[in-house]
Design a protein around this ligand. Structure first.
Ligand SMILES: Nc1ncnc2c1ncn2[C@@H]1O[C@H](COP(=O)(O)OP(=O)(O)OP(=O)(O)O)[C@@H](O)[C@H]1O
Length: 280
């Protein structure tokens, strides 16, 4: 692969395709992310963002193409030898925990990359760090409760704390503000904005421009792979691919977003926050 070398590259995808049950979901994705960079992954519903995240986090393998995560080629190196270097927060991951698990343990078990505490033990310093993270995200009160009984917003924030707890080099947060009320959303965006100079590589998936944390200055935008057949088929939509990867300012244009969502949109960037609205 060209571009960044493996020392400076956190992630590289080259001609990546993913097929599920005979249907191509992700088509010809090429993407390079440098170590320490802060990226947004953006695109319409069903375009393949979560599928891409599954591969970036070593939970799924491409049907064809090459993926290098933290310098290891997916499929060539045992993923369990380096998965602890990847912090992940996603709705899918939240289903992996026993319902009676203490949210504090959900956070602290990131250190051993396990989902469910058993014989593993953690130091008081490690628990203190987990509690501090939960305080930062406004969920310190959840310690001692049961993970399975949390609201969607509480679960989401617990998983973000868990992703930050791990000694990871790559952090992937899939829709970290889903289900959060306005206050919780702003606390989360502020906490993520404070990571702008963190040495870790961070990728945040979001649907809403106003949820882009400050300091996240790269964006990968997914769109439908254009086909030679002119008419789009709603029953069998074309697979998703990366149609733009680069800096936010050049990526988030009204013209591109209007085309992507099939409606005239205005894009605003005020006081370091982005937003988009349909043109009336
Ligand atoms: N295991 C699977 N088997 C079959 N189809 C799948 C599978 N996983 C995802 N898909 C399909 O692949 C497409 C992309 O799904 P994916 O969840 O990656 O999209 P997304 O961009 O994350 O969507 P959203 O924004 O709605 O969360 C969808 O059409 C989905 O139905």
């Amino acid at each position: 692969m060209e571009g960044l070398d493996c020392e400076t590259r956190a992630l590289a995808m080259h001609n990546v395709h993913l097929r599920r049950y005979g249907r191509v979901i992700v088509d010809d994705v090429n993407l390079e992310i440098g170590r320490g960079e802060k990226w947004i992954l953006f695109g319409p519903n069903g375009i393949g963002k979560s599928s891409l995240i599954s591969m970036m986090s070593t939970r799924a393998f491409p049907t064809s193409g090459d993926i290098d995560v933290l310098g290891r080629r997916l499929g060539k190196v045992d993923v369990f030898s380096y998965r602890h270097l990847i912090g992940l927060s996603s709705a899918e991951l939240s289903r992996a925990f026993p319902p009676f698990e203490d949210p504090l343990d959900v956070v602290v078990t990131a250190l051993s990359a396990t989902t469910g505490r058993w014989k593993d033990t953690y130091t008081s310093d490690e628990y203190a760090r987990a509690r501090r993270l939960m305080e930062d995200f406004g969920i310190a009160y959840l310690a001692g409760k049961q993970f399975g009984r949390l609201s969607e917003g509480e679960r989401t924030r617990t998983l973000i704390c868990r992703a930050l707890m791990a000694q990871s080099e790559l952090l992937i947060l899939d829709e970290p503000t889903t289900g959060l009320d306005l206050g919780a959303r702003e606390i989360t965006i502020r906490a993520l904005s404070s990571l702008h100079d963190d040495p870790r590589t961070i990728i945040v998936v979001t649907h809403h421009l106003e949820e882009i944390p400050q300091g996240f200055d790269h964006i990968a935008i997914m769109g439908r792979q254009s086909t030679v057949t002119s008419q789009p088929d709603p029953a069998d939509p074309a697979p998703g691919t990366i149609e733009y990867a680069g800096d936010l300012e050049h990526g988030l244009t009204a013209e591109r977003l209007s085309r992507l969502f099939g409606m005239p949109l205005d894009v605003h960037h005020i006081d370091d926050r982005w937003s988009a609205f349909a043109r009336i």
